[in-house]
Design a protein around this ligand. Sequence first.
Ligand SMILES: [Zn+2]
Length: 485
Amino acid sequence: MDRNAPLGPENLAMGPTSKRLALLASVLACAFCLARPFSLVPFPFSLSTDAAAQAPAAVPKYDLLLRGGHVIDARNKISAVRDIAIAGGKIAAVEAKLNPSDALKTVDVTGLYVTPGLVDIHTHNYTGTGERGSYAGDNSVSPDGFTFRVGVTTVADAGCAGWRNFEDFKQRIIDRSKTRILAFINIVGNGMRGGKFEQDLSDMESKPTADMALKYPGLIIGVKTAHYAGPEWAPVERAVEAGTMANIPVMVDFGANKPERPLADLVTKKLRPGDIYTHMYSGLRGELDPSGHVNPGMIEGRKRGVIFDVGHGGGSFLWRVAVPAIKEGFLPDSISTDLHIGSMNAGMKDMLNVMDKFLAMGLQLDDVVAQSTWHPAREIKQDGLGHLSVGAVADVAVLRLEKGRFGLVDMNGARMDSTERLMCELTVKDGRVVYDLNGISRPDWRTLPAGYGQTGDGRWDGLNPARGTTPGPQRGRGGAAPNRR
Ligand SMILES: [Zn+2]
């Protein structure tokens, strides 16, 4: 039997007679011997012979099996060839060898890397308001167009909305997107609506910011302060106040470089351990000291537990800063894009492009994956994301490391040549395929019946599930469940 052929009712209905009989026989045989020790799918009937004989077709133990890939899972310290099984939207097993006959769908990912779904904690997604020149508007991008195709399953919007407009952002974008969207809430009540709003100290209130964060725990995962051009510490102080009240980290875009509030003081005095300094290789605020070495304050800040994040963006990544910093061992805790309309077509292309830059600077793939999965998930206290533990949410990226001649460009248009590039072959969110570049999860059209319809099964397929195959509330054609938070 073609191991890619779905073993399920829809196949029984459409296959040739002999195939149907063979499938039926194997299904019934399975029904007598299912032990299902690791399955997360509720077992619908007892193991008595009578019950088995009367039972409907047995449900395979796993919905989806990714077979033969090199798994990189930093939390579980795995970097080795493993099979990964998924059931009910969760990781069901990670073993050296799993049996394809236990799975409704098996995808051969030999030669590819299998990682947790990538977690990009610096993006801008509050689009759709129609506001020009605003990150609560035209500067933002709708996440689904930019995430699954590069293996990203979770983003954290970096402060586009404040407490005044967060709920508009939520209903307009977060609740309607397939990408898992979390958010840093801006300390500015109006969020990133431009200078008039972002420079207004009177709209930076810690209490209503914290109250909104506490209203949406697990969705608002941090407080953002950004773009401030004045000499005061107030934006940082109020963000930290709000973060303390809501027990969430603060992410800082430190705005204009001001002698009254030096970077060293920010990371050694003002921020708490666990707070995040983004744009770490921008060079805009003294990340390197005049001698060209890493600012000693940053090294001291890291010792205190302050987190350093990439946040590449359109204006925050320079080879002449990153290369010497990396040479001195000042690596990123997390890799992020700062994806928005002004960054995505320039030096920064997408999450994989930013990861490629760190590979080009000599980091190991295992580390780059850790910095793009488990590290950022941990930074925003989302311990259930960014790893492939049994029982975890089944968000998975299947990546190809291509060899060739490539070029990588920084914010000032300077290029570094490279010989490796990550491409995303397959993305799985909540246990369902939501992106498949080369159709590795799809059947060859010549093997299908004449007049074939939707080819997948909703238990593993978020793209082309046949009608009636998606468990639970009908999610409809077109894919994975949207965010429900
Ligand atoms: Zn940003």
